[in-house]
Design a binder for this molecule. Structure first.
Ligand code: CP
Length: 279
């Protein structure tokens, strides 16, 4: 349960959520965050109930919604749409997930989770596992990690390796990372394993998805080979990559992680709409 106290900090503000792709956590945590801060929420959950369905452009959609709200959170299946929306908007735009490219607020809440659970970020051995090609959360997280002294392990099938754009960036930043296909061998040295779903919806050929969909499945027994303070994270939704047997383990923090997302997004909305002096 989350604290029931509501703030009035943003009681004169309206947030619009423009979601052109499905979401449970990002949209609802942003909406809950705004409501808990005393603000109001408008928006739509699918393209089909907006005038984009009738052919309206994203630019005109943003030019419209900026008249009705103080901040916009946008999720879109195409990479770069949030950035483009920001060019046409006179109010702040938050990227709630752009195609398979980026999911920056997820990365912030992931970093917050690591700090809360481990007390530090520097010095950790962190594995990012699964779909590193299409998984947008791991892209944004890798960029954030480049500000810290972390030993990074990219664990994926060969066809789903971390994008060159990101590995090149990390090399430029002198960041230590290793790429491997085998996660069970490195499990004993990890402080954090960040599992991801294989992103079925991004594959062009269904048979390519079938080849990799079950490559990584973590079971309760696998936790026996982990450090005492090991933490298992996942941005969720999961499909089959983490066995539900693990949920009760104190090492599994993915449900805490999504709750931290609410707090992180409350802080983000307060910072953007009220500046640094909101406390
Ligand atoms: N982690 C995340 O972005 O979840 P949703 O797709 O449910 O928003």
């Amino acid at each position: 349960m989350v604290n029931n106290k509501y703030s009035k900090l943003l009681d004169n503000k309206i947030m619009a959520t423009l979601f052109f792709e499905p979401s449970t956590r990002t949209r609802l945590s942003f909406e809950s965050a705004m409501l808990r801060l005393g603000g109001k929420v408008i928006g739509f959950q699918t393209r089909d109930v907006s005038s984009v369905k009738k052919g309206e452009s994203i630019a005109d959609t943003v030019r419209t919604v900026e008249n009705y709200s103080d901040i916009i959170v946008i999720r879109h299946p195409l990479e770069g749409v949030a950035r483009m929306a920001a060019k046409f908007s006179s109010i702040p735009i938050i990227n709630g997930g752009s195609g398979s490219a980026e999911h920056p607020t997820q990365a912030l809440l992931d970093l917050f989770t690591i700090k809360e659970e481990c007390g530090t970020i520097d010095g950790l051995n962190i594995g990012l596992c699964g779909d590193l090609k299409y998984g947008r959360t791991v892209h944004s997280l890798a960029y954030l990690f480049s500000n810290y002294n972390i030993n990074l392990y990219f664990i994926s099938p060969a066809s789903l390796k971390m994008r060159f754009r990101i590995t090149d960036w990390l090399r430029d930043k002198k960041m230590k990372f290793k790429e491997t296909e085998k996660f069970k061998e490195i499990l004993p040295i990890l402080d954090i394993l960040y599992m991801t779903r294989i992103q079925e919806e991004r594959f062009l050929e269904p048979e390519e998805y079938e080849k990799v969909k079950d490559v990584y499945i973590l079971t309760e027994k696998d936790l026996d080979n982990t450090k005492e303070n090991f933490r298992l994270m996942h941005p969720l939704p999961r499909v089959g990559e983490i066995s539900p047997d693990i949920d009760k383990s104190p090492k599994a923090v993915y449900f805490k992680q999504m709750k931290y997302g609410l707090y992180l997004r409350m802080a983000l909305l307060a910072l953007i709409l009220k500046g640094n002096n909101f406390v």
